[in-house]
Structure formats: structure tokens, C-alpha cells
Design a protein around this ligand. Structure first.
Ligand code: HEM
Length: 227
């Protein structure tokens, strides 16, 4: 098995891990956004709370969640190691884009990733930790014969605080910039370089990197202004 560990610790192996964990985290962003948009349903939080109950009690999704925590840690640790190595080699700071033409995002992936990680610590402390450790009230709804946690109420309370809203917006701007470089870089690392498809992937990456963080940002802004 030593060839496996040799490969995974080689620079191409490390980039492959970054690319695969990055794509996995991108797919999580889509699922999480679809769930969170239910916060905007005008039903006092019923659909969001019932959805959150399902996501946190379904054995298959609970198993995927452990993969998600591992993916976040692996992506973050590997990213820091790559950035430190590049810095000490005084070469490129990150992956593929270097030199005068490299974008702000491509030159600052580790900094942006650190900001996103800080955002995640605040975010998970606020919602996930309280949810897991029972600091959320239970609520009953018509037509459902079990009680669920009132996470909607936690979200409402959090997003009434302007500092929390600003922290979310900063985190989401960092996410947009990180994705602007990361999305297409992940495909490039996988060797998916093609005259016809590469411009399409790059275009999709730009659209995704802008639209997804905007859709997330609508939630705290809407709660702060209108709830
Ligand atoms: C502004 C919009 C957001 C809201 C309202 C929100 C809300 C929540 C809530 C209520 C939870 C706990 C319940 C659950 O696990 O589904 C949660 C978990 C989580 N959130 Fe968010 N979130 C937002 C944005 C984000 C973003 C942008 C990221 C990533 C960069 C993120 C990453 C996570 C992670 C990793 C978890 C733990 C998931 C798990 O345990 O499986 N969230 N979020």
C-alpha cells in the first residue's frame, strides 16, 4: 500500500485530494442551499424545521455528514500545507495560476479558505452545536406526530443581530472569491482540459461562484430586514 501513501503525499496527490474534496464541498453547498431556502417559505418555519429534522435523523444522511466533516478538515489542512510549501519555496502560492496574470482569488486561496473556515466555526457554533447539544426548543406541528427542534427560531434570533449578518456577508464574499478560482481549478487538476468543454466549465464556475453565495446571502438579509 506504500504506493498509495506515496501518491497521496506527492504534490499531484495533494492537488487531487484538494480537487476531490473541493468538488464534494461544492455539491454540499447546493444541497444545503436548497434546504436553507425553505427558511423563506412563509409558514412560520414548519417546512424548514421538518426538513432539518429529516436531515439530522436519516441514517444515510448522518453517515454522509461524517464524510462532510472529514472533507472539510482534509481540504483545510491540505490547503494550508500546500500554501506553506509554496511560500517556503518562494514559488507560486497556490496550484496553477501564478505570475502577473494570476487573479486576486488565485493568489489568496489560503487566506480566503481561512476566512471561510472562521465563518464555519461561527456558523456551526451558532446552529449546529446548539442543535446537536440540545439548546434548541422543541415544537409540534399539525399533521406530524413527533416534535422537532425549532431551528427556524434560532436562525431568526441570529439574523436579527447586525454583527452576525455582516459576518455572514464577509464569509460569503470570501466563499465567492474562493470558488471563482477553485471551481475551474478542481476540473483542471482532474485533467479535464478540452478546447470545447474548458470554456464551458469556466463559465459555469463563474455563474456558480456568484449566484450561490448571493442566494445564501439573501437569507440573513431577508431575516434582518423583514422578519
Ligand atoms: C446564510 C445561510 C445559511 C444558513 C441559514 C445556514 C443554516 C444552517 C443550519 C440551521 C444548520 C444546522 C442544521 C443542518 O445541519 O442542516 C447548518 C449546518 C451546517 N452549515 Fe449552514 N447555513 C448557511 C450557510 C452555510 C454556508 C455558506 C456553509 C459553507 C460554507 C455552511 C456550512 C454548514 C455545515 C458544514 C453544516 C453542518 C452540516 C451537517 O452537520 O451535516 N452553511 N447550517
Amino acid at each position: 500500500m506504500s504506493w498509495v501513501s506515496n501518491f497521496l503525499t506527492s504534490s499531484i496527490g495533494k492537488k487531487l485530494i484538494m480537487s476531490l474534496t473541493g468538488l464534494f464541498l461544492i455539491s454540499f453547498l447546493v444541497v444545503h442551499l436548497a434546504g436553507n431556502l425553505q427558511l423563506l417559505a412563509n409558514d412560520g418555519g414548519k417546512s424548514f424545521n421538518v426538513y432539518a429534522y429529516f436531515m439530522t435523523h436519516n441514517p444515510f444522511i448522518k453517515t454522509i455528514s461524517f464524510g462532510l466533516y472529514a472533507g472539510i478538515l482534509l481540504h483545510a489542512i491540505q490547503g494550508i500545507l500546500i500554501a506553506l510549501k509554496n511560500r517556503s519555496a518562494k514559488g507560486s502560492r497556490y496550484a496553477v495560476s501564478t505570475g502577473a496574470n494570476a487573479s486576486f482569488a488565485s493568489k489568496n486561496m489560503a487566506l480566503l479558505g481561512t476566512l471561510i473556515f472562521a465563518f464555519l466555526l461561527i456558523h456551526m457554533g451558532d446552529f449546529w452545536f446548539k442543535m446537536k447539544f440540545g439548546a434548541v426548543d422543541m415544537v409540534a406541528y399539525d399533521g406530524i406526530d413527533y416534535k422537532v427542534q425549532d431551528l427556524y427560531d434560532k436562525v431568526l434570533t441570529s439574523f436579527k443581530n447586525p454583527l452576525v449578518v455582516v459576518a455572514y456577508l464577509v464569509g460569503l464574499i470570501a466563499l465567492a472569491l474562493h470558488l471563482l478560482h477553485g471551481f475551474q481549478s478542481a476540473f483542471q487538476t482532474l485533467g479535464l482540459n478540452h478546447k470545447k468543454y474548458t470554456p464551458f466549465i469556466k463559465g459555469m464556475g463563474v455563474i456558480f461562484s456568484i449566484l450561490v453565495p448571493i442566494a445564501y446571502a439573501i437569507i440573513p438579509i431577508y431575516f434582518f430586514l423583514f422578519k
